[in-house]
Design a protein around this ligand. Structure first.
Ligand code: P53
Length: 474
């Protein structure tokens, strides 16, 4: 038995409400931003429509119908030996419009049942409060997170969740991949994080920093609320970690790569240190950004620092100095000649995981929790209902090996490993079903056709063995 990973290491998997539940109008659920995103693909971004338009397909409406299948699905995860299962609470099941004063009991009940189902098998639920699915009403009536009022509405939602579930859920995260919106030129990323739809005249970068500030304050407030309700709760932040390398050893490339990484991960600095880093304060000043950041906000940030750092890891990036220090993700990334990429162009880099874990440990001195990792790939089911996904096994094996080195040789404090989309689900970036991550195959195509039957992939049996041996048998 491997002794590298500590006792109680949280092996399991991760999903998000809007990408698997379906039942988008059941149990009193309100319309979320994810319910208004059409199907796209790797060359065509998902459309963000204002209403549900006839003739367009919205994959999150049905997703994999986890809303009705969850007992069967959790049983399969238990069969793999899961110790933990990460999901999110759909804000719209609890507050359908987001600004009601009283929560929707039917929505609360659904998550009671789901968490009980996990606990029945000794599976620890790990819960994200906000994972790309705020109520759409908050977009139309408030302008999403460009509005300070969202801080209080989020606090109300967080309070209800902590009060209701604190006996069942110990591990929490506030905002999923809060730093994805660093790429403010991507309509989808800012919409998913902040519920903002830009007009042509908008200063996208400034608006992103303002929205992120309100979210960081809301997060810090939620940490304080959660700890007041139950001091034993572990509340983390959640970052999309894509380390950024300099393409060459040219000093300007190194300097710029550092700045790019600081830009993507300053969110972590605020979550963990409770204050903005100097370079960013200087940057706001030099850009003449007049952000609404009050003294009271700064106090809240200081008093609401997180207990651990949860992160996703899929890929690394590379940059070359573009002649200025203002990192712009939509234009500044270059291809790294040393790594391969997935069919969706995500650069596969297991060593980058070890690099990132070292970077974060040195910088933040907090326990780390890998709450997403995996390979989105096309799977084929044979006539015998088998799925030979050796490419996925190889991807994970290589990443777990680097994880071991980080813990064993570098002394990283790692809480667990929860690979993404442990059951096939709707892709966040493209809306496709065929970009699959699961150990469990769901017989459903991009348009929701199929038997919806679940099947064990080869990786299912492999991962079961990995968990049983605590990471020894890869
Ligand atoms: P999909 C971009 C870069 C890294 C992670 O992504 C990202 C994204 C946005 O898609 O998202 C996370 O489904 C996210 C999940 C998402 C998963 O990675 O686009 O937290 O919701 O499904 C994989 O292949």
């Amino acid at each position: 038995m491997n002794k590298i990973f500590k006792d109680g290491f949280l092996w399991g998997g991760a999903v998000a409400a809007h990408q698997l539940e379906g039942g988008y109008q059941e149990g009193g659920k309100g319309l979320s931003i994810a319910d208004l995103m059409t199907l796209g693909d790797k060359d065509h971004p998902r459309e963000l429509t204002d209403t549900i338009e006839k003739g367009k397909y919205y994959p999150n409406h049905k997703a994999i119908d986890f809303y009705h299948h969850y007992p069967e699905d959790i049983a399969l995860m238990a069969e793999m030996g899961f110790k933990a299962f990460r999901t999110s609470i759909a804000w719209t099941r609890i507050f359908p419009n987001g600004d009601e004063t009283r929560p929707n009991e039917e929505g609360l009940k659904f998550y009671d049942n789901l968490f009980d189902e996990c606990l029945k098998y000794g599976i620890e639920p790990v819960v994200t409060l906000s994972h790309f699915e705020m109520p759409y009403h908050l977009v139309t009536e408030y302008g999403g997170w460009s509005n300070r009022k969202l801080i209080d509405l989020f606090a109300r939602f967080a309070t209800v969740c902590f009060e209701r579930y604190h006996d069942k859920v110990k591990y929490w995260m506030t905002f999923n991949e809060i730093n994805n919106q660093t790429n403010y030129d991507s309509d989808g990323s800012v919409y998913e994080n902040s519920g903002i739809k830009f007009k042509d005249s908008d200063d996208r970068e400034q608006m992103m920093y303002q929205a992120a500030h309100y979210e960081l304050v809301a997060s810090a407030q939620a940490v304080q609320i959660g700890h007041a309700i139950d001091p034993s709760l572990q509340i983390g932040c959640m970052l999309a970690v894509c380390p950024i390398y300099p393409l060459t050893s040219k000093p300007e490339d190194i300097l710029f790569a550092n700045r790019a990484m600081d830009t993507r991960l300053y969110f972590g600095d605020v979550h963990i240190n409770g204050e903005y880093p100097n370079w960013l304060t200087a940057y706001f000043k030099n850009k003449n950004y007049n952000l609404d950041i009050t003294d009271n906000d700064l106090t809240i940030l200081k008093n609401g620092t997180v207990d651990y750092v949860a992160f996703s890891y899929y890929m690394s990036f590379a940059v070359q100095y573009p002649g200025h220090m203002n990192y712009r993700e939509s234009t500044d990334l270059v291809k790294n000649p040393y790594v391969e990429a997935s069919d969706w162009g995500w650069q596969i880099d297991p060593v980058g995981l070890r690099y990132a874990m070292n970077w974060m440990t040195t910088r933040w001195h907090k326990p780390l929790f890998i709450v997403e990792n995996g390979l989105g790939a096309y799977d084929k089911m044979t006539k015998e209902h088998e799925i030979h996904d050796d490419y996925r096994i190889e991807y994970m094996r290589n990443h777990i090996e680097q994880m071991k080195k980080a813990v064993d040789e570098d002394g990283v404090d790692l809480m667990g490993y929860l690979p993404w989309g442990c059951i096939d689900l709707v892709s966040a970036s493209t809306g496709e079903m065929k970009k699959r991550y699961g150990f469990i195959y769901v017989d459903e195509d991009d348009y929701g056709n199929g038997s919806m039957q679940r099947y064990r992939k080869d990786s299912f049996y492999w991962y079961k063995k990995v968990i049983a041996s605590n990471g020894e048998d890869l």
